[in-house]
Design a protein around this ligand. Structure first.
Ligand code: NIG
Ligand code: FE
Length: 418
């Protein structure tokens, strides 16, 4: 049985919302509610109540025979991060391409030489499901210590029926065996396998007619994604795949506008995608498409940094009244890190976001972008008790400012201290 947990003397209890909020847009992003000198009470696996220390009802101590207490003097408590876009189930690594990139090869050039996603596909198809699970589990443990409490994980390195099923079964196993909230996304349209070179239409047919129905039959995916961009999948192919996914109840989340003004945002919003992600290439037409939709614009600061991409015009998007979510894109090619604290620091420097904005973007808005707003993303009674306690920090801003420091002292998931 889980113990009830009382955290007292919290210097800053961050992101408190008495009722659930599904997303924050425009100027709402700059408000981050904090209770100073606070307590937080957790019953079983849920957040039960919070408030200032002088409002702490002494009866809480008598309510439970199983009460443990943490004194958080000088420390802050945050809701765990929601990382709404990752590819963390993969085999091996691709540091050689990292070196090639530094020598001057572009992401597209590396992809054309059979590197990139196809390199990961070869590695993934050469390991067993157990081996893939073990490698991925290590990454899950890493992001847990870095403060993530919910994560979305995509397929897309299998690119065959067997490979895609293997990836998604591993995600399923991670759902069952780890304390994280996990959502899975079907992304067979991530790259064209080399055996389909010159026959992209046939590959899209294979995805739609064979892989997708098999995945849906085993209920292995919550969402469907397409890498809809220059040199990858076209608008017509994306539409075809999303329509096929819709028949199985799969909501879209789209890779869009990373490499060009490809129309990805327009197709994402047209098909009511939960999110459209990357967004390096954004003009007024894309902003307008987002404004008339419920799709969460999501930026991936790790990929933009690591690939040296032009930065998304996030200030302009927020000023236009849009919400923004931040995710890590944790993957072996474009963002070999799932560290959401680092993503916040990168977003502040490169997108000129404030500490309040990045925190909202990495919790409430990214919870929305992965469909878990009812359970995660804020300190709200009734939500799952996924939180972390920092080391002693002098202010909220210090947390993203000290960008290379590990400032997380205690992680609590489902009300349990890890
Ligand atoms: O989100 N943009 C497409 N896919 C991944 C890259 C995956 C890889 O290079 O392995 C991304 O950045
Ligand atoms: Fe991605």
């Amino acid at each position: 049985m889980t113990q009830n947990l009382l955290i007292t003397n919290i210097e800053n209890l961050v992101q408190v919302r008495s009722t659930g909020i599904d997303k924050l847009a425009g100027s709402q992003l700059s408000t981050l509610p904090i209770v100073k000198n606070a307590f937080l009470y957790i019953e079983d696996d849920k957040i039960s109540s919070y408030g200032t220390m002088d409002s702490l009802n002494p009866e809480i101590y008598n309510q439970s025979d199983y009460l443990s207490e943490i004194d958080a003097q000088g420390k802050s408590v945050f809701p765990s991060f929601c990382d709404s876009h990752t590819h963390l189930v993969y085999a091996g690594s691709r540091e050689i391409e990292y070196v090639d990139k530094i020598k001057g090869l572009s992401y597209e050039e590396i992809a054309q030489r059979g590197g990139g996603i196809l390199n990961s596909s070869k590695l993934l198809n050469s390991v067993s499901e157990d081996e893939l699970y073990e490698q991925s589990l290590e990454r899950i443990h890493e992001i847990i210590t870095q403060g993530t409490g919910a994560v979305e994980i995509k397929s897309g390195y299998g690119l065959t029926l067997e490979g895609e099923m293997k990836m998604l079964r591993v995600v399923q196993r991670l759902k069952e065996t780890t304390p994280l909230i996990i959502k899975s996304t079907f992304l067979a349209a991530h790259a064209l396998p080399s055996e389909y070179k010159g026959r992209q239409t046939e590959y899209v047919d294979y995805v739609v007619r064979e892989i997708l129905p098999a995945v849906a039959a085993e209920k292995l995916a919550d969402f469907i994604d397409v890498f809809c961009d220059k040199g990858f999948f076209t608008l017509a192919e994306t539409a075809k795949i999303l329509e096929a996914g819709h028949k199985f109840g799969l909501i879209p989340k789209i890779h869009a506008n990373e490499l060009a003004l490809s129309g990805g945002v327009q197709i994402a919003t047209k098909y009511n995608a939960l999110s459209a992600d990357h967004l390096e290439y954004i003009e007024q037409a894309e902003i307008d498409a987002f404004l008339s939709s419920q799709t969460m614009p999501t930026v991936l600061p790790g990929a933009a940094f690591f690939l040296n991409l032009p930065f998304s015009p996030v200030r302009r998007m927020i000023d236009a009244g849009l919400p923004i979510a931040i995710a890590s894109d944790f993957n072996p090619g474009s963002s070999p890190s799932g560290n959401m604290k680092l993503m916040m620091s990168l977003a502040m420097v490169n997108y000129r976001m404030t500490a309040q904005e990045v925190l909202n973007a990495a919790t409430i808005n990214s919870a929305y972008a992965m469909g878990v707003s009812d359970r995660a993303g804020s300190i709200t009674p009734g939500k799952i008790a996924n939180i972390f306690i920092t080391k002693n920090i002098p202010s909220l801003e210090f947390f993203p400012y000290a960008f290379g420091s590990d400032l997380i002292e205690t992680v609590i998931l489902n009300g349990e201290i890890l």
